[in-house]
Design a protein around this ligand. Structure first.
Ligand SMILES: [Zn+2]
Length: 342
């Protein structure tokens, strides 16, 4: 069989010679599988009792080999109720992540809080990087390049000096996306009422200028910047410190099997840029009714990656190694059989 197109798990080949080939051909159909997943894009949706919701979530998702989630709402305001009692301090969060290796968090300042002190504090308490969210600029009818204003310079300087990763939601597609449950003109309908005339291209260009100006930072575009694979290829070639997460666009509904032409096209991209793609789902970890949707969300993102039939090494990069490298996470131990508890 053509191993380039139809790769098998490395142990299939080990059995050809181990024990004088005694088990040669046993399990010959085994495909490469991820040792485990790290989900680099999660929200703390539970406004109280987050840890209980998180435990329920990961106890279920462990069966899908989810080893770790990165919570992107690491801001005192949004995390106040979820993790800690009022007044917020990072200490409880810091204690929690020290004792629970299944969890990490990012520091997420708003557009108007480019202050350095809380960033330093968050990093000292274990934040693994930053999360930025440009739709605020759309919703509030502001300028597309506000992150380039002098007030943000000190933050990006720290990012550059320390080689930090930033998970950054930059643009917002204009069509609806019924396939993934996305509404028509999300955020833009509000911005247009406030008179904005600029476009996604302006947001993207501002992001790219910042990525270029701070070459030691790692700039991870959420939702593939809502651009197609050809455009993304140009961006990756021109801006070596940019990456994407797989959230929302890299998804199949539960019953869908990708068509061969689409699979081939995307597979080629994933193999070529296996170092630049991080598994992420944008799942909100919360309670009750939303859990079922979240489960289908995680599974749909996993199924997308698995349908690409990636070779073993590329699959490990996308599923968890890139996240471990960029966010400087310890590898999860003994995950091969789903035993991924710390
Ligand atoms: Zn998100």
């Amino acid at each position: 069989m053509n191993e380039d197109l139809y790769p098998h798990s490395p142990d299939v080949f080990e059995r050809e010679t181990e024990d004088n080939g005694f088990s040669k051909g046993w399990g010959l159909h085994f495909q490469p599988s991820e040792r485990y997943w790290i989900d680099c894009h999660n929200h703390a949706s539970a406004k109280t009792g987050f840890m209980q919701a998180f435990n329920e979530w990961i106890n279920w998702a462990i069966g899908w080999r989810l080893a770790k989630v990165i919570i992107v709402d690491g801001h005192p305001k949004t995390l106040k109720n979820a993790f800690s009692s009022d007044p917020f301090s990072y200490e409880e969060l810091s204690e929690t992540i020290k004792n629970d290796k299944r969890l990490a968090f990012l520091y997420a300042p708003g557009v108007d809080t480019p202050d350095v002190e809380p960033l330093i504090e968050a990093l000292e308490c274990g934040a693994k990087g930053l999360k930025l969210w440009s739709p605020t600029l759309i919703i509030e009818g502001r300028k597309p390049d506000e992150f380039e204003e002098p007030k943000w310079e000190a933050v990006f300087k720290i990012v550059n000096e320390r080689g930090l990763p930033i998970l950054w939601h930059v643009t917002q597609r204009l069509t609806a996306s019924p396939y993934t449950g996305g509404a028509l003109h999300a955020y833009w309908s509000e911005g247009w009422k406030k008179g904005i005339k600029w476009t996604n291209e302006d947001l993207l260009q501002s992001f790219l200028r910042i990525a270029r100006a701070y070459p030691n930072g790692h700039f991870i575009g959420a939702h593939q910047h809502y651009v197609g694979w050809d455009r993304l290829e140009q961006i990756f070639e021109e801006y070596p410190n940019t990456y994407i997460d797989t959230s929302i666009g890299c998804f199949v509904r539960w019953g869908d099997v990708m068509y061969p032409e689409d699979q081939k096209r995307i597979r080629r991209f994933f193999i070529k840029y296996a170092d630049r793609i991080l598994f992420g789902t944008d799942t909100g970890i919360g309670k009750d009714a939303h859990q079922e949707t979240s489960r289908l969300g995680l599974m749909g993102h996993i199924r997308f990656i698995r349908q690409l039939n990636l070779p073993y090494d590329e699959l490990q990069k996308v599923s968890h190694q890139n996240a471990e490298r960029l966010f400087r996470l310890e590898p999860s131990s003994d995950a091969r059989m789903g035993n991924i508890r710390p």
